[in-house]
Design a protein around this ligand. Structure first.
Ligand SMILES: [Zn+2]
Length: 84
């Protein structure tokens, strides 16, 4: 089993990009998510909330300084808000 090195996906439990080590999700990752969920913003929101909850649980142990408001801003607050 080989680990892909250049995939820009979050590593757990640090929630930094596996490829560049930047706190995930960062701009290119967000653009990828927006492209992948184009036309399905509710689906993207569900996806991000799920990830945020997972990150909150893992970061609580790994990095207790991380606040839930920071995670909200980082994971979900950047979503383009659009009424259906
Ligand atoms: Zn990356």
């Amino acid at each position: 089993m080989r680990t892909p090195v250049r995939d820009h996906v979050p590593s757990r439990p640090t929630w930094r990009c596996r490829a560049c080590g930047i706190a995930w999700p960062y701009s290119p990752a967000k653009l990828l998510l927006l492209a992948r969920y184009r036309g399905d913003m509710p689906g993207l929101m569900v996806h991000l909330v799920t990830l945020r909850e997972e990150a909150a649980a893992q970061l609580a142990e790994h990095d207790p300084g991380v606040q839930s408001t920071d995670l909200h801003r980082r994971f979900t607050d950047w979503m383009p808000v659009r009424s259906p």
